[in-house]
Design a protein around this ligand. Sequence first.
Ligand code: PMP
Length: 352
Amino acid sequence: MDPARYFDNASTTRVDPLVWREMEPYFGEACGNANSIHQWGQRAAAGVAKARERVAEALGCSAEQVFWTSGATESNNWILRSFESVAVSPFEHSSVWETAHVLGHSLLGNDGHSLLPPDGACELVSVMVVNNETGAMLALPRTSARVHRDATQALGKVPLSLEGVDFASFSAHKLHGPKGVGGLFAADPTFLRPLMTGGGQEHGLRAGTVNVPGVVGLGAACVLAMERREEALSHVQRLRETVLDGLAKVPDCRINEGPANSPYILSVSLLGLHGESLVLYCDQSGFAVSSGAACASGSTEPSHVLTSLGIPESVARATIRVSFSIENTIETAQGLARTLAEGAEELRRLGP
Ligand code: PMP
């Protein structure tokens, strides 16, 4: 399979060979537990400490403010379970949205243009930086509450500032690092309630043996992403424009985007067809795209993000997401646009 034909990078990305090279020793000769006092343990602990410095550098914070998790889902759960009264935006990833629902937290209102300040007193407001379905970049409402931002689709991709941010979630596998590892930035860790208790790792806040190869991979992925962020950003901008140009003549094609949008994500509704049928059509031509968030695929419900944007159900169901990376090429973006146009024509001819 050709990585240049993989346009589902918001779901996950390929581990970069440079990242893999840094991780590999920690599966083998440097296999120690980072809590052990012997040489193997100390080598692992040094790898973990270096990774924490690297992640902190990418975030613009200090290493003591970075906590390891199994990914952004855990980070989001951790922070939402650390406060009693939380308000979240209606555009959040299911790991925030669903968790808020389970915990009885509230939703921020929106007037169609921006999010409204929380109703009444609330301890924490959670608003993502880049939406994972449309790429829309969200602004914070005015609030005196503490602020959590899910930065999973932003870190290493678009400029990210933690000014005024108390907590932020992120994940390695969105930036060419390994799956199953991520982190939580906490400006003041005393607010964090331990999600897991046991061995006292992470200052007693997140028990469990540290995934040493994983966090080393996350650190390496952050370095790589920050080194090539500008180059990657202008490359994905060109890729997105190429696909948009190729779709310009396709009838009944609607682009779902915010006033400010990450160029890494393109959400397109092709009215009169099912997004999933188009995903399968593209797959037969060797292209990977998705019909929504990967974690929600298999769901028969239309995306809550799209319906919260006021998009009718039939249009939400006709939506696909194209998400880019530095590994795609202009040629494959042109090929994808042709395939989408042909697929839309053929699927519409066949009818629903
Ligand atoms: N938040 C956002 C915005 C995401 O895009 C994702 C991944 N789809 C997550 C959270 C969950 O991340 P993870 O897979 O690391 O649990």
